[in-house]
Design a protein around this ligand. Structure first.
Ligand code: 3PY
Ligand code: MG
Length: 251
């Protein structure tokens, strides 16, 4: 398996992703066919579950877009099942300390580097058992920095071996800082982002952020992030419908 997004992150080339919250295979295809480097299927907040994931991942096979899954929680069984279904990386929410980060890494790596249980399903179907030889090197483990505790323990999280990148959840991070979600110009938020970018640089990690719009993603890349999402299927539909409705009403 070659993880195209991970290759870009390692080469320090910027990349853009898109975010899937709705369990529709055609939507997933559309999201992938507009130039995205990666797509994230969201099992934490998205309106989809594991059986949806098993239909969504095959729908984008052959499209040169790296499939990631945000798991609902930092649970080895959830991480293993997402990878077995064909995800090439996981985004793990609410990582608070080094022990949490190590738990996520362990779940992503086969022994001796980790404790992932051997049972590749779609991976083995697509690649045969050769998958096992490349998985530890090619599966991306991204841990989210989005809580007060995670921010406090940022440097120890970033130093955990096997973490490929930090991924900022900007809305929860605002809660963690005691400011209203969306207060992205608040000095405490910008200071936190500065620390996160620095921790990534120090430890050779990719720095990513959940972008709420294309503009936010572009600004994030300018700020020094390596990768950002540009919006979700729901946000794109909402914006498109609102725009058409406004035009139709002649406003
Ligand atoms: C956040 O902003 O907290 C996220 O996790 C994005 O979904
Ligand atoms: Mg969050």
């Amino acid at each position: 398996m070659i993880n195209l997004a991970l290759q870009k992150w390692r080469a320090k080339e910027p990349s853009l992703g898109t975010w899937s919250n709705l369990p529709d295979i055609h939507m997933a295809e559309m999201l992938c066919r507009q130039g995205a480097d990666w797509i994230c299927f969201d099992l934490q907040h998205g309106l989809m579950d594991y059986s949806d994931l098993t239909r969504l991942l095959p729908a984008i096979t052959g499209v040169p877009v790296t499939p990631l899954v945000r798991v609902a929680a930092n649970q080895p069984d959830q991480i293993g099942k997402a990878l077995d279904a064909g995800a090439q990386g996981v985004i793990v929410p609410m990582v608070n300390n080094a022990a949490d980060a190590k738990r996520a890494v362990d779940a992503c790596r086969y022994p001796p580097q980790g404790t992932r249980s051997c049972g590749p399903m779609r991976d083995a179907m697509l690649e045969g058992m050769g998958y096992l030889a490349t998985a530890n090197e090619q599966v991306a483990c991204l841990v989210m920095i989005e809580t007060e505790e995670g921010l406090r323990n940022l440097e120890e999280i970033a130093a955990v071996e096997g973490v490929d990148g930090l991924f900022v959840g900007p809305m929860d991070l605002c809660y963690g800082l005691g400011i209203a979600p969306g207060s992205f110009t608040d000095p405490s938020f910008t200071a936190a982002i500065g620390r996160i970018l620095e921790a990534c640089k120090t430890n050779g990690l990719a720095a990513g952020i959940f972008g709420l719009s294309g503009e936010m993603a572009a600004n994030s890349l300018k700020q020094g992030f390596d990768f950002a999402s540009i919006g979700t299927d729901m946000s794109f539909i909402r914006a498109g419908v609102a725009q058409a409705m406004t035009a139709a009403k002649g406003q």
